[in-house]
Each structure stands twice: as structure tokens, then as C-alpha cells.
Design a protein around this ligand. Sequence first.
Ligand code: HEC
Length: 179
Amino acid sequence: MRNAVFAVGAVMIAVATWSLGAGAAQSPTASRVERGRYLVSIAACHDCHTPKIDAQMTPDPKRPLSGRPMTTFPPVQGANDIRASLDLTAWAGPWGNSYAANLTPDKETGLGARYNEASFIKTIRTGVKPEGEQLAPPMPWPVYRNMTDEDLKSVYAYLTTLPPVKNVVRAAPSVKPSR
Ligand code: HEC
């Protein structure tokens, strides 16, 4: 009898360990998400992708990384300069207008609609969106492309844990891929 109890216990531990492992394979590990949060906080993503609550550029904690709000209008394009809205989410330059994207996992308007880990890494490395359009300035992908795979995976893992925010951001005008 004691052996039977022991055997049942061993099976339960095995099942528990297996299900922990299976869970980890599906959702990003806590350490990866934490690393991603750290990288996003030092890599200026909030400067351009988070709406602000005041003129001191304080990021809105209620809708982090949700992209250019509908209330922010692009500045008038200058002849020979680059201009930004006060909250840095809308830009105008020789390329036309560009709007910081919604990076939350919202399935209709955020990254959840068009990205997975592999296509996110590919876009940051190549500067080309999944649909084949070139990323417009000033998105600094030529800087971020130097991150390691592990760091880009961490950034993506963190972005998938954000509260999804429904916010349609107008896409940049088509910029032809350079290749
Ligand atoms: C200087 C401003 C700026 C900074 C800093 C910035 N971005 Fe961007 N980002 C933009 C703009 C503007 C766009 C839209 C470009 C376009 O539509 O072609 C964009 C687009 C993107 C896209 C493509 C989204 C799509 O709809 O296909 C991703 C992904 C992205 N940014 C991630 C990040 C991450 C992650 C960081 C921080 C590591 C970051 N960005 C920092 C300005 C910025």
C-alpha cells in the first residue's frame, strides 16, 4: 500500500513537471519578459510609441506603446527639415508623414494582427514590414537591428504582455523597398 501511494505521488510529480514545461513553451518565460521590459525602457520605444499626458513628455501609463493617438496631427511638412508633433508620435519629412505604430498585442489594430516572433525579428533586421513595405523614418531600425536574437525575442515577448489597446494608426505612405 505504501508503495502504491509512493507510485501515485511520483506520477503526480511527473505530470506537474511536464505541464510546467508545456506552459513555458507556450508563453514567454518571466525572465525573457523582464529583459524585454528593460530593453524597451532604455531603447526609447516609449518616446515615439506611447501617447503623452503632458508637455514634459510623460508617457501615458494607461496606454503604453499604443501608437499615435487620433488626437495627434502630423506637423506641416517643411521644405528641408524633419518635424514632429509635440508628443513625438507623428512625423513629417522628405518621405511624407509617418505615425508611430500601435505595438500592443491588439488583434485588430496592434502587432497581434500582423506579427509573430519571427516576422518581428525579420522586420527589425531588414527594415521591411511583413507586407513588404519599407519602414519609414524615424523608426531607428538600423540601430535596433544590432540587437542579438535573444534581445529581440525578449522585446517581442514583453510587447505581447502589454494590455491590448484598440487604436488605429494610419500607416505611413508607401515607401518603396530599396531592394
Ligand atoms: C524616433 C521614433 C521611434 C522610436 C524611438 C521607435 N520607433 Fe518604432 N516606429 C516609429 C515610426 C514613426 C513607425 C512607423 C513607420 C512606418 O509606418 O513605416 C514605427 C514603426 C515600428 C514598427 C512597425 C509596426 C508596423 O505597423 O509594421 C515596429 C515593430 C516598431 N516600430 C517597434 C519599435 C520598438 C520595439 C522600438 C524600441 C526598441 C521602437 N519602435 C522605437 C518610430 C519610432
